[in-house]
Design a protein around this ligand. Structure first.
Ligand code: URA
Length: 434
């Protein structure tokens, strides 16, 4: 068996056997298959696709390409969540404490941002002292004590995905249903949780632009999880405009705090409550969605979710004082408005453009491993459907560099579309697959 024949078979529309897939994944993980052959194979899959059996075999081979996390010592049913990547998506940091406050253990491994989408670990690192690298024994202990821990994915978890994802990112092969499904589910299976809630983003700021394709992706991931003995729910949510108002690491932490205090943007609050409710369901805490939602809502209103977030921050060495006085910790030196050019309604905010503008400010990486500036970003003052008068702020930019600020200002002005009529309403939750 060799990589050339496997690439050729897929290029010509053939079905790869389990052995061929395992051979390739092993070669990707141990370096025996060079980057150019990995890239060629990814492009062949992009055009020819893979059936459900091939995708399941790819997922399982990738999940076992490195370490797996043993959560058998976690008390209760451990649950996990994953988003396929969005702009301003800080739902993990709202949903995890809301779930943990209801007694369901959440051992969560998260990633850093790349491209126009942000990463939970970068957001958490804007809290002074917060430790994201914790060994598995300590991670499990914290989950048993606090019910929640969010750490960065350990070095040798799913090495085949790390390699393949980095190559897909630069060869225009990210937005392939079997490649996304196997990438997401291999990480979730290796991370060990028994209940998994997926947030599949759909729209201009997401990898899946089309609702039918997003449903296919969601169904495939739920089926793969089922075959691997996990309970999986996928929520499809709108990513045509950024979620909530803040985009940028520390600014998003500030918005998480506001949301957990019950003062969050309606879209962010609604999606976080929905995801946490499904996390209670797959964690076996309640038997139906209505009871789950009631419990989550109660933990939001009472402040129990916020207290759980504070407890988690302290447990991971973070300075929790910044949660009470974010303005003293998190401010960039320059804050400048993007004024509306006319009266009207906001009909569109291009999420990808907002993500890219934030990246140019220094909040995200153009290449893996780059340093980022946690304090910079954008706060949207107007969202889709809002009315605005000429000269009023559409958004406020937080920057530390006047040149980058000007670039971001031009990009944001382009990201907004205004009209005399309000746009038709699009629901936030576009579907659920169980
Ligand atoms: N998120 C992932 O983890 N993998 C993908 O391929 C796309 C989004």
């Amino acid at each position: 068996m060799n990589a050339y024949d496997i690439i050729k078979k897929k290029r010509d529309g053939g079905e790869l056997s389990k052995e061929e897939i395992e051979f390739l994944v092993k070669g990707i993980a141990n370096g025996n298959v060079p980057d150019y052959q990995i890239a060629a194979w990814a492009m062949a899959v992009y055009f020819q696709g893979m059936n459900e059996r091939e995708t399941t075999d790819l997922t399982l081979a990738m999940a076992h390409s490195g370490d797996t996390v043993d959560l058998s010592k976690v008390q209760g049913i451990p649950v996990d969540k994953h988003s396929t990547g969005g702009v301003g998506d800080k739902t993990t940091l709202v949903a995890v404490p809301l779930t943990a406050a209801a007694g369901v253990p959440v051992p969560k491994m998260s990633g850093r941002g790349l491209g126009h989408t942000g990463g939970t670990i970068d957001k958490l690192e804007s809290i002074p002292g917060f430790k994201v690298e914790i060994d598995v024994a300590e991670f499990v202990q914290q989950v048993n004590r606090v019910k929640a821990a969010v750490i960065s994915q350990s070095g040798n978890l799913v090495p085949a995905d790390k390699k393949l994802y980095a190559i897909r990112d630069v060869t225009a092969t990210v937005d392939s249903i079997p490649l996304i499904a196997s990438s997401v589910m291999s990480k979730k299976l290796a991370a060990g949780a028994r209940g998994i809630v997926l947030d599949v983003k759909v729209g201009k700021g997401a990898f899946m632009k089309d609702l039918d394709q997003a449903f296919q992706l969601a169904q495939l991931m739920v089926d793969i999880g089922f075959k691997a003995g996990r309970e999986v729910v996928a929520v499809l949510s709108d990513m045509d405009q950024p979620l909530g108002c803040a985009v940028g690491n520390a600014l998003e932490i500030e918005e998480v705090v506001k949301t957990l205090k019950g003062e969050g943007a309606p879209d962010l609050t609604e999606l976080s409550v929905t995801l946490a409710s499904y996390m209670l369901l797959v964690g076996g805490r309640v038997g139906d969605f209505a009871s789950a939602r009631e419990l989550v809502q109660k933990n939001l209103t009472s402040g129990a979710g916020f207290e759980k977030f504070r407890e988690m921050v302290i447990a991971q060495g973070g300075d929790a004082r910044c949660l009470d006085r974010p303005q003293d910790y998190f401010r960039a030196s320059l804050q400048v408005s993007v004024p509306s050019p006319s009266d009207g309604y906001v009909t569109d905010i291009d999420a990808e453009q907002v993500g890219l503008a934030t990246m140019r400010l220094g909040a995200g990486r153009e290449r893996a491993g780059e340093r980022i500036d946690h304090s910079v970003g954008v706060v949207l003052r107007r969202k889709k459907g809002d009315s605005v008068r000429s000269g009023q702020a559409l958004a406020v930019i937080h920057a530390n560099d006047p040149y980058r600020l000007e670039t971001a200002r031009a990009m944001l002005a382009q990201a907004y579309r205004l009209d005399q009529q309000p746009p038709p309403k699009r629901p936030l939750i576009l579907g659920v697959v169980t």
